[in-house]
Design a protein around this ligand. Structure first.
Ligand code: TNX
Length: 482
């Protein structure tokens, strides 16, 4: 809810930030956001300030998780929330109320740093509001990743799903297996930690994805002993799904994967860890003596059951370490691992089936929220495979009609996926992402009854000025600009 009058509340060199405690992350973020463009070092102090951040646990019920209130009056600006996440989102709303010059990287003079007097009560519809990026098919540098995270935060999205491994390249340094990243671009562990810290300072959790048992060619190129067949293997140079996958009949392969997760868990504090699980052809397993022996030992009826057994193994491995497994909806095949959360991508059916079985679900159907798709039919459209217009994307409701109330409670939220087969530059990625990611952010945040595409279009037209100020490219969609 937003109420506003025409009066302005001005910030100036006397502005201070009052925070619940020293080094409060949302207060630090706000000071940081103001510092560059205004040129002011806005002090953060415990207690009172002209911009007052207050966490009030006793009112958590009123605000809801991640909810906040923002009041701007001639006497000052106040943000109050039940939890720190709410304070982060309140700070992002304040940022959006400031002139777009606040996005400049250098000091801008002659700007009236003011916001309208306003009263906002706000809270999210879902607890998982995600943006994914594939950095395997094409690699994106740490600076771009951080810029993307900042934009997710600006949209109050709280999960960055980092698709780190695939057939085309393994992108995370693993100390025990240097050959994984020996050739080709990748992130050092120090860089990955810096991304995690940067995201945490904006209220975002980084969920890493390590693909298994399929999409493994980049590993097999470096360590062919983890395949069923004889090598050599090469990282894929075409797009698609490949037959050579991890040999899960081989104990050494499973040990390799455990060692990888041991390092991954050290870098990523996220409770959810993504293990892929999608698009794993069973052709090699059907021919492989080790995989067949494993099936016999474990009493597994077919190769689908072997995939399910593998996912269960890592479900347990992660659970023993206090984490939760999340995987693409193929993990339903052959039986779902007990603790698994499902990302429903081939449609919403996988999500429905998982929710019926009492599992948590993140909705990410390719029909609506795959941002690698074309915006419209046509040869010159950026995008590939099929079409998902902005309006189609916006129209998605994660709580699908066929769900009962209790099934719908298993829907954690929504995520847009950005597969990078079709672009290889930051601007190339950005025109796929914006404005469609903004639409997905609104699906995750705003109550269904309050959503309206025409209204979104009007607001995005205005918001685009902020993207311009940030130097972020976006698709000039005719649904917005005619
Ligand atoms: C399917 S979505 C994939 C990806 C591709 C994508 C292209 C999923 C779990 N697997 O490997 O990049 O389609 O849209």
């Amino acid at each position: 809810m937003v109420a506003s009058t025409s009066a302005l509340v001005h910030l100036d060199t006397d502005t201070t930030i009052g925070a619940p405690e020293a080094e409060h992350p949302a207060a630090a973020l706000l000071a940081d956001c103001l510092r560059g463009p205004t040129g002011w070092e806005v002090p953060v102090q415990v207690g009172a300030g002209s911009i007052q951040l207050r966490r009030d646990g006793s009112r958590s019920q009123d605000f809801g998780a991640e909810g906040y209130e923002l009041d701007a009056t001639p006497d000052g600006i106040g943000i109050v929330a039940g939890d720190d996440a709410g304070l982060f989102w309140g700070v992002q709303s304040l940022r959006q109320l400031l002139p777009v010059a606040i996005e400049a990287r250098t000091t801008v003079t002659g700007v009236d740093w003011a916001i309208p007097t306003v009263h906002i009560e706000d809270h999210p519809r879902f607890c998982w509001r995600g943006g994914h990026l594939d950095v395997s098919r094409h690699f994106f540098a740490v600076d771009f990743i951080k810029g993307f995270i900042d934009l997710l935060a600006l949209h109050k999205q709280n999960v960055f799903h980092w698709h780190l491994t695939d057939d085309h390249g393994w992108r995370l340094q693993i100390e025990q297996y240097p050959e994984l990243t020996h050739r080709g671009a990748s992130y050092t562990q120090a860089e990955a930690r810096s991304v995690v810290a940067y995201a945490a300072a904006r209220g975002i959790t980084v969920v890493p994805e390590i693909e298994l048992p399929g999409h493994a060619l980049a590993v097999l190129a470096a360590y062919p002993e983890f395949a069923c067949a004889e090598g050599p293997f090469h990282p894929a140079t075409e797009w698609g799904v490949f037959d050579d996958v991890f040999c899960v009949g081989n104990d050494a392969t499973l040990a390799f994967l455990r060692h990888v997760f041991d390092e991954v868990l050290e870098i990523f504090p996220s409770r959810f860890i993504h293990v892929g699980g999608d698009e794993c052809p069973k052709t090699r397993w059907a021919q492989c003596p080790k995989c067949q022996a494993r099936m016999q030992q474990q009493g597994l009826a077919n190769e689908e059951a072997l995939q399910s057994w593998t996912i269960r193994l890592f479900d347990q491995y992660l659970a023993q370490r206090g984490r939760r497994l999340v995987g693409w909806d193929e993990i339903l095949e052959g039986g779902l691992a007990p603790g698994a959360t499902v990302m429903s991508w081939r449609g919403v059916e996988g999500g429905l089936e998982a929710a019926r079985a009492g599992h948590d679900v993140v909705m990410t159907p390719q029909t609506h929220v795959y941002l690698d798709r074309k915006h419209y039919e046509g040869d010159h459209e950026p995008g590939r495979l099929s079409v998902s217009s902005l309006e189609n994307c916006y129209s998605f409701d994660p709580t699908i009609a066929a769900m009962t109330v209790s099934e719908a409670q298993h829907v954690l939220g929504v995520q847009a996926n950005v597969w990078s087969e079709g672009f290889d530059t930051p601007a190339g990625a950005e025109v796929m992402i914006w404005p469609r990611m903004s639409a997905v952010a609104e699906i995750g945040w705003t109550a269904q009854a309050d959503r309206n595409f025409a209204d979104f279009v009007g607001r995005f037209r205005h918001f685009a000025q902020r993207l311009d100020a940030m130097g972020v490219a976006y698709y000039r969609d005719r649904a917005i600009w005619g």
